[in-house]
Design a protein around this ligand. Structure first.
Ligand SMILES: [Zn+2]
Length: 159
């Protein structure tokens, strides 16, 4: 990786409170250089192997979690159990098509997102789900998941 890119990434890691040395900057460089923005653990493992980075799969998974926890890569909300990371760390919206497995990045204005949501709900009112994610500040500990179900009473075990 060119020295300037390396220096920028090391700086980015240090600002996020992570070590700017070792395998982390190289892993981040691989992710940022990837033409595919949404990548599975297996895909990252291929990139790591191709780049000749000496790292076990467990170590790689831990480093990815670290990068995601510090906001340097994103976590993609998926419809499968597979972990998918987003190499674009800035908040953006996604269209997820279950049938084709396609995920489309939306780097558009809030007005455009709202128009697309309205359009999707109008066209497929019974088969569109909207998930709104409120991002936390990078570096703060994630809260345990809380599930609040509005307007749906608990099923009565007696009935
Ligand atoms: Zn994305």
């Amino acid at each position: 990786m060119p020295h300037t890119v390396e220096a920028v990434l090391r700086d980015e890691l240090r600002r996020a409170g992570l070590p700017g040395h070792g395998a982390l900057p190289r892993l981040l460089a691989l992710l940022r250089a990837s033409p595919e923005v949404h990548v599975t653990l297996a895909e990252v493992a291929d990139m790591v192997a191709e780049a000749g980075l000496a790292m076990t799969s467990g170590e790689m998974a831990r480093q990815l979690e670290l990068l995601a926890d510090h906001g340097l890569v994103g976590r993609l909300p998926t419809t499968t159990t597979e972990l998918v990371f987003d190499t674009v760390p800035e908040p953006h919206s996604h269209l997820v098509y279950e049938e084709s497995g396609q995920v489309v990045d939306l780097h558009v204005s809030p007005d455009t997102v709202l128009a697309m949501v309205r359009d999707a709900l109008a066209k497929r009112p019974d088969s569109v789900e909207i998930l709104v994610r409120f991002r936390r500040d990078p570096g703060t500990a994630p809260e345990p998941a809380i599930r609040i179900t509005a307007d749906k009473p608990e099923p009565d075990p007696e009935s």
